[in-house]
Ligand binder design. Structure first.
Ligand code: C2E
Ligand code: CA
Ligand code: CA
Ligand code: CA
Length: 373
């Protein structure tokens, strides 16, 4: 995958020229399509030669490449499959290496993975899950749970966060942490995201006093038309834009600063608010944050958890909140489970709290009951 400037044939040729130098005598280098390459060669039947070559390729790609007048950074995910004594046909060999490549991709950038037969079973399970998820989205079988957001001073609810739920037939509830990434890689995220946004906006009308937060996944945010979707849904559901907060994750922002900035501008022009989710889980530097115009920052649960653990973690957390506050951006602490955590986070300057202590994600009806109580 290429990042930065320039993709296309010139880049592909440049990378191929570099790889050409690395591959052994008599090996075949082929471009399978798009940005995928295959290298085929004969070895002594051990994995070692293939692993070594894969490592050399990854090492080679660590350095930025000069192609034409451009400097590009290229990463690769490498899958390896063997055909002992030629027993595996060519097509099957390509299929296996492809499968292994996807495993390498899942593991993160610049990895290599050897094919093993359990990958086939994994793939089948995943395909089945993907199919069920597609049906669930089409037939509207996903639901939303709402978790209260609490004012740190008065402990009164000020808003809710919408969290998608899926009860997979025959399997029971599946965590969004499992199916959202699958929706991302299988082209389902757009329709899933649209469903969630529309449902959350519709439901928001029941609670004129509450702000409603909706999680937006990278695959949605990356779409240049995302703001148009949002405008459309706001118009369709006639909800006040200022009551909707879109949460995007720190991870996405770090990888795509330029695009994040543009998207945020467009969304803010519509009047919706934009929050930075999972803050502190990655590496955002604060200088960097300033330029984005976030309306709110949410401190990641993994940090909040440590608040009463040891002094170091407490200080880290305190510094993180202080940094966010130094930008005059209000801060929410998520994952509050104990009274001590609530007190500490409030002391550090969080104006909004969220967590099991105040309420688990619940049905819309229960939120209404809570407001009436
Ligand atoms: P998130 O946005 O960070 O959401 C908070 C997660 O922490 C939720 O898990 C919530 O149930 C859980 N949580 C809240 N308070 C506590 C607490 O006090 N203790 C503990 N242990 N957990 C707490 P959930 O609902 O399983 O969602 C997980 C993640 O899935 C979310 O993390 C979000 O990244 C993603 N997600 C959920 N719904 C959606 C959605 O509609 N769209 C997108 N794109 N992502 C979603
Ligand atoms: Ca690719
Ligand atoms: Ca969130
Ligand atoms: Ca979070």
């Amino acid at each position: 995958d290429s990042y930065g400037h320039g993709t296309g044939d010139q880049l592909i040729r440049g990378v191929a020229a570099g790889l050409d130098v690395l591959i052994p005598q008599g090996a075949v280098l082929a471009r399978i399509g798009g940005d995928e390459f295959a290298i085929a060669f004969l070895s002594d039947g051990e994995n070692a030669a293939a692993l070594q070559l894969a490592e050399q390729i990854l090492d080679f790609l660590v350095e930025p490449l000069e192609i034409g007048r451009r400097v590009v950074v290229v990463g690769a995910s490498i899958g390896i499959a063997m055909s002992p004594a030629g027993t595996i046909g060519r097509e099957e060999l390509v299929r296996r290496s492809d499968l292994a490549m996807y495993k390498a991709k899942e593991a993160g950038r610049a990895r290599m993975t050897l094919y093993d037969p359990s990958m086939d079973a994994d793939r089948e399970q995943r395909n089945a899950l993907e199919l069920d998820l597609r049906m669930a989205i089409e037939s509207g079988d996903l639901t939303l749970a709402y978790q209260p957001l609490i004012d740190a001073a008065s402990y009164a609810p000020t808003g809710v966060e919408a969290l998608v739920r899926w009860n997979r037939p025959g399997h029971g509830p599946i965590s969004p942490e499992v199916f959202i990434p699958i929706a991302e890689t299988s082209g389902l995220i757009e329709s899933l995201g649209l469903f969630v946004l529309r449902k959350a906006c519709e439901t928001a009308k029941q609670w004129p006093e509450l702000n409603v937060s909706v999680n937006v996944s990278p695959g949605q945010f990356r779409n240049p038309a995302f703001a148009d979707y949002v405008r459309y849904v706001l118009k369709q559901t006639e909800v006040e834009a200022g009551r909707i907060t879109l949460e995007i994750t720190e991870g996405y922002m770090i990888q795509n600063p330029q695009r994040t900035r543009q998207s945020i501008e467009r969304l803010k022009a519509l009047g919706v608010k934009v929050a930075l989710d999972d803050f502190g889980s990655g590496f955002s530097s604060i200088g960097y944050l300033r330029q984005f115009g976030f309306d709110r920052i949410k401190i990641d649960r993994s940090l909040v958890m440590g608040v009463n653990e040891d002094k170091r973690q407490r200080e880290m957390l305190q510094a993180t909140v202080a940094l966010a506050r130094s930008l005059d951006i209000p801060v929410t602490a998520e994952g509050i489970e104990t009274e001590e955590q609530a007190i500490a986070m409030r002391l550090f300057g969080c104006d909004c709290l969220q967590g099991y202590l105040f309420g688990k994600p619940m049905t819309a009806d229960l939120i209404t009951e809570m407001l009436d109580a």
